[in-house]
Design a protein. Sequence first.
Length: 740
Amino acid sequence: MTSESLSFRPYARLLTMLGEQLIKNERIALVELIRNAYDADAEQVDVRFEDFNDDMTPSDASRIVVQDNGTGMTVETLRSEWMNPATPRKYVAKRAGKRRTALKKRAIIGEKGIGRFAVLKLGRRVTITTRPPGAEVEAVLQWDFSRFDPDFVTDDGHDTEVFLDEIAVAMVQNPPTRIPGDEHGTVIEIEQLNGSWGWPVVRRLSRDVFDLTDPVSRITEHEADDRMDVSVFCNGTRHDSVDATAAETLKALIEDKAVLRIEGTFACPTGTFSYRIGEGPAVEEIALEDPKIAGLWVWRSRFGRGRGTSTQLLLPVPFSCGTFSFHFYIFDFARGLDGTHSLTQKEKNLIKGHRIYLYRDGVRVYPYGDPDDDWLAIDVTRGTGRAGNFFSNDQIVGWIDIGQEENPNLRDKTNREGLIETGGAAHDLIFLVQVFLSYIKQYPFARYRHRQHQRSTARLVQDQVVPIHLTELRRALADAGHRTHANAVQRIERDYHRERKHLVQRAEISEDLAGVGLSVEMASHDIMLLLERGRAIARELAQTARLLRNEEISEMTDRLIGVLQQVVDGMRDVQTLFKSSRRRRKRLKVEPLLKKIYRIYKPLLDARNVRYRVVSAGPSPLVASTTDGVLMQVFINLFDNSAYWLETVDPDAREIRVTADSDRGELLFSDSGPGIDPEDLPYIFDAFYSGKGQEGRGLGLYIARQLLARHDYRIFVAQTRDRVLSGANFVVSFAAEDRS
């Protein structure tokens, strides 16, 4: 038996894998070299394209020079680190708590020890000249791989096995000439260039390097705390990275035309978003356990809806991404907007060129934020879910800040193409941003849109725009002597008023039909639950029939008949709604109709562990002069809202209590849910506004109010002193409203 000790001996083609094959493109390779300058505490980096053709395609004499004024490298650093792939120095220093640079206290970006090999993506011959502060000499390192093919399997055209340790790299120490005087830093010169170059690539690179350490000044009036300036020169002429006019226009758009300007933080330990909208001092909070979050489609698609059933609660969800902060500027791309938020097509195109960037310790994580990169999966989610639940990528500009200390699980991919997706941290970050933006779309943005709609509609109706224009046209025609045309316009005026009156009547009919349709939907939901129970019993009966022939079959048959009878009774209630919607008003006792609607919802309420109680106050039953259809539609909406919101609170605390007060002529419908958000309160009775976000239609309470108003009755939110339970408390008043 023999044994031997083997050692790894990598082939030289490992350099190709670390450089040309690992790095996606030339832009990312150059950005990687600039990131190294950031770690060296550089304040200025110059990228020079020298001896290129006029169209910025390379010639044989072309070269790229990257020069910084950072701390440079010592000779020992070149020997022990630069020449050793995957050196762990930065990684070990970070583990020991040394996460920041010596001079500027910047968070150290690199840790993998292979970023320098990005130069091999750019060219075959590399010269590195470096000088640390105070050094009397500058060190020059020369990599010349031009005699090898790109895969290092031929040497001067001859097939050979080339090992990494066989490639010699020359290093000399000279008096300072390339970095003279008191200067310090590093100069990297790359020749025999690889890849495809041209003006589009250079322009894209210029934009990339401008974004590298400054997410702020280009899109807002603020300045970054520690900005490293990067300049690009093309054949000796400085190339501006960003059009100055476009930059100022974008700043003005954000300051003046952004619908919502949001800055905030997600605190991972508490699961809470804290944010400020606009310049106001008030900081708002929304926790992940808030019912509005649990009701969002993006949340339910991952965790399901609500806090659980009567016996099981949804445990707090641990997220591994850590705490992060954010700035979002949201625009409204809708057509026909009035006022300051309207955008021209040119302005929209400018906004579309920017998305949500990601910065780690002030340095951009590429390619997140590029116009063609959907790293937050917003477009995908809009396609798989409901597009109306989310903003589009085009209408948001902003950035997210993370840090190595706050977010240790969010790490860059080795190829610098975003975050490592294994382990769940990156997915958690994306998910939480989706949740927050969906919440903003469904609530603050929805309130903005609702106010816009109200203002435009009110302006159109209150100002009598159409009649005024018709009158002005008729008078102008009459003054000009066109009597025939003026008379025609007068007929149009009369027809308009008749049509408007007709449309008002049609709207009232539509409200009736919508109320009936909503009732059918709610009742059918519970009917389907009963049918499912009937099917389960039928299956059980079939199995038993194969095994037994006794009275059990008869008993199960009776149970099946009972379930089906409940289905019939439910359908009768639905039919009652259709018939009653056409009946005339009469004095009705309220509580029997309330009980009928409760029977429809009882299976659902029982399944969700909701306690139900009716309290009668006063010497006589509560009565109302109306139709049973109106009352039933009102009660259906109240039960449905309570059932929805109660699902988001602790099962042991779920309760509905109804107080029928004949002395005051009122019915108080209370629940122990989360209550009505104060910001939603002004809008809950308006058409098409729902506090449920995308789950709601925004018609239920509106229809209830309209139907009651026709009979001079009202529905409103109870005053604090009149509330019975901690959640929503609605008063249905059957005391005729005084309209004198």
